[in-house]
Design a protein around this ligand. Structure first.
Ligand code: LFR
Length: 487
């Protein structure tokens, strides 16, 4: 039987087919489509009906290739949701987490319930776009009329099967789940006037959601599909698809976001993890993704979009290499870079305000992004080692960003760690592994990771001597100065 990963990111989605052939996992991209959020009357929305249509289009291609039966898993980004009425119809379009409606919501909600208490209950990092803040800003009439609040992959699954669930790897990113009780926290729900019954049934990855209702989509020729609840948060799938071995490895899932952390068996909720804003997102098989969100390739994608002339990603890397290193220190995790009107102008304004060299050319801008991302990764690893109290031996970089050899080497140099890069398709692979585990074709997460390391090429980078070791300390000082100015 064929297995299909539907993997949808902020800028594109695809259907990737997977099969075990001669003890190796073979994957093939069947269909790719675009995704974006657009501004309508001042609000940024995703086009969820477009995504549903594209999934069906992709599945009809699977059928046209001669496959009658398959399993399907759907993963997307986290935190965003659809509001569904009791007639099963969506009450409004899905708002994007980069919308500005939550720019000040953390302050508002934490006036009702303290930051410390929210963190103690959930162990989840404070990001202004977490579902808790989005729901707080939601129109109350709409919320009252809502039968089900469904996260994006759960909503897509609901449209395909009629079954409403809340898959836990994604549900944990709402910042509404009590990590000790492993269920919704009633006090947090009360704070935002939402009831537990308004969510789907909590399900673990690996369970079966249901059968695709081919009869609902007569315009498409579809195969028979069993839809599996995989780890539906894309980052959760990416970590499943990371071929880490033993205990002392960390990961960097590099795409629109850079997610850097470790897989743990139990959450870490301490003063230090709170201060550094580390999160404990729920993973498959009771694991936790102890990680930090770092503003990733989004910055470069936006720079690229705002440049006066079109220039490829590869060319940006070539030009960045010609620029002197560490010309400016920029804390890209500042909320001002979340969704500014124009990323290039925002970077330039930051450099002007902080009396630094202003990057102007495409190469200078790309260099500013790469050097600072590498510094941010190195700082995050240092903090991670301190908080977890472990010495990290290997850093696995997976996802689209792992193809950037220049950034991989910089990351090895600055972090002083051996870096392993690949697979590029870790998210789709993790999605497929959960399907294979659910269908009992592989026995465990560990067996899945061994299969990944046998099936895909992994490159290694060793740290080379550092020319400017002081940049990390200077960056840390800059961030703590910003923090004390804020408080
Ligand atoms: C990555 C990701 C991150 C999440 C962000 C917003 O695609 O899922 O893990 O923090 O998008 O949902």
């Amino acid at each position: 039987m064929l297995h299909i990963a539907v993997d949808i990111g902020a800028s594109s989605g695809r259907l990737v087919a997977g099969k075990i052939i001669h003890d190796k996992l073979e994957i093939q991209e069947i269909y790719r489509f675009s995704n974006e959020f657009t501004n309508r009357n001042g609000t940024y929305f995703w086009d969820i009906d477009h995504l549903l249509k594209e999934i069906l289009q992709g599945l009809s291609i699977v059928k046209s290739l001669g496959y009658e039966d398959c399993t399907v898993g759907i993963d997307t980004w986290a935190v965003d949701y659809a509001l569904v009425g009791s007639d099963g119809k969506r009450l409004q379009d899905v708002v994007s987490y980069r919308d500005h409606r939550t720019d000040h919501s953390i302050e508002k909600v934490t006036k009702i319930i303290s930051k410390e208490k929210i963190y103690e209950k959930t162990g989840i990092q404070f990001l202004q776009f977490n579902t808790i803040y989005q729901l707080y800003e939601e129109n109350k009439e709409l919320l009252n009329a809502t039968d089900k609040i469904l996260m994006v992959p759960d909503y897509l699954g609901f449209r395909l099967t009629g079954k409403a669930v809340a898959e836990v790897t994604n549900a944990s990113t709402m910042q509404l789940m009590n990590v000790e009780k492993r269920t919704f926290d009633s006090e947090l729900l009360e704070t935002i006037s939402v009831k537990a019954e308004q969510f789907g049934t909590l399900v673990e990855p690996g369970t079966v959601l249901g059968t695709l209702r081919n009869d609902w989509f007569p315009e498409f020729e579809l195969p028979n599909c069993k839809i599996i609840n995989i780890a539906s948060h894309d980052t959760a799938s990416a970590i499943i698809g990371t071929p880490g071995k033993g205990v002392n490895w960390a990961y960097l899932s590099s795409g629109t976001w850079s997610l850097l952390g470790m897989e743990l068996d139990s959450p870490i909720i301490t003063e230090a993890s709170f201060k550094e804003n580390y999160t404990n997102e729920w993973g498959a098989f009771g694991t936790y993704r102890f990680l930090k969100n770092i503003m990733g390739m989004w910055i470069l994608q936006e720079v690229q979009r705002n440049l006066p002339e079109e220039i490829s990603y590869e060319q940006l890397i070539v030009e960045a290499k010609q620029v002197p290193p560490y010309e400016q220190l920029i804390n890209f995790d500042d909320d001002r870079f979340l969704n500014p009107k124009n990323m290039i102008e925002e970077i330039q304004a930051y450099c002007l305000e902080t009396n630094q060299v202003i990057p102007k050319t495409a190469g200078e801008l790309a260099a500013a992004v790469f050097y600072n991302l590498a510094i941010m990764y190195a700082v995050a690893i240092q903090n991670l080692e301190k908080i977890v109290d472990e010495n990290i031996e290997l850093l696995y970089i997976v996802g689209g960003g792992s193809q950037n050899e220049f950034l991989n080497q910089l990351t090895a140099d600055l972090s002083r760690k051996t870096v392993c890069s690949g697979p590029v398709e870790a998210t789709a692979i993790g999605n497929l592994l959960m399907q294979l585990i659910s269908m009992e074709k592989i026995t465990s997460l560990e067996a899945g990771r061994i299969l990944v390391s046998k099936s895909f090429e992994i490159k290694q980078y060793q740290p080379s001597p550092l020319t400017s070791p002081e940049v990390i300390q200077r960056f840390v000082e800059l961030v703590s100065k910003n923090r004390s100015n804020e408080s």
